[in-house]
Design a protein around this ligand. Structure first.
Ligand code: CDP
Length: 230
């Protein structure tokens, strides 16, 4: 039996790392819902719909039908990467510039409605591991396994800072820390689909856990659910 696995949590908790490990191990599809919100944000930045000084919500909402997001594999063995209107933007959506504007954009119900429809479509056959903020609460409330990941903000910021520095981005730890805190705040307090732990989610605090331990703990939970043991 194939199940649906929902992994939600604060920013930079390592959701996508464990979600990819699980999907590879189980032969499931991995879906990064955050990449979709980042894709819409990249579109808004490129069309000058948002900046530090303005946010043209109406124009962005009117433009939504023109924003096409797809996960496409370049090669059979590769992981699917996000394409915005036919162009691979997997790298471009991870910059700090996109991170700075993604949470305000993710507050818009029209944006959320469009992306949740896409998420339902991709996940309708089950056999999917999806990570995000509202997957266990709103997108797949019937998911057989829901994980809520959390870790200390300092740990999360230094993980993300290392990741971005390795890629050659010129940023400071303080910028990353402030962004992580700011997004947590906006994501948890917005009206539509705020980030919160689903009642039936299992909380995993990985502040003191290495990747291998974390993977094995969550994999065991998944195996139990697949076997219908718990
Ligand atoms: O940086 P991190 O990997 O933690 O975040 P992400 O998963 O790439 O998500 C980027 C942003 O998209 C979040 O801070 C949320 O504002 C928004 N998001 C959301 O609102 N709902 C989701 N299901 C996924 C992401």
């Amino acid at each position: 039996m194939k199940i649906t696995i929902a992994i939600d949590g604060h920013s930079s908790t390592g959701k996508s790392t464990v979600a990819k490990q699980l999907a590879d191990h189980l032969g499931y599809i991995y879906v990064d819902s955050g990449a979709m919100y980042r894709g819409v944000t990249l579109y808004a930045l490129k069309h000058d719909l948002i900046s530090e000084h303005h946010f043209d919500k109406k124009q962005l909402i009117d433009s939504l039908p023109k924003i096409r997001l797809e996960f496409i594999k370049e090669n059979e063995k590769d992981r699917a990467e996000i394409h915005l209107n036919g162009i691979n933007v997997e790298k471009e959506i991870r910059t700090m510039n996109v991170s700075e504007f993604v949470s305000p954009i993710a507050t818009l119900p029209e944006v959320r409605r469009k992306l949740v429809m896409l998420q339902h479509e991709i996940g309708k056959e089950k056999g999917v591991v999806m990570d995000g903020r509202d997957i266990g609460t709103v997108v797949f409330p019937d998911a057989e396994l829901k994980i809520f990941m959390t870790a200390k903000p300092e740990t999360r910021a230094s993980r993300r800072f290392n990741e971005l520095s390795r890629r050659g981005d010129e940023i400071t730890y303080k910028e990353v820390f402030d962004n992580v805190k700011e997004r947590d705040h906006i994501d948890s307090t917005r009206k539509d689909s705020p980030l919160k732990k689903a009642e039936d989610a299992i909380e995993v605090d990985n502040s003191e856990m290495n990747l291998e331990d974390q993977f094995h703990i969550i994999l065991q939970l998944a195996k139990d659910r697949i076997a219908g043991r718990v």
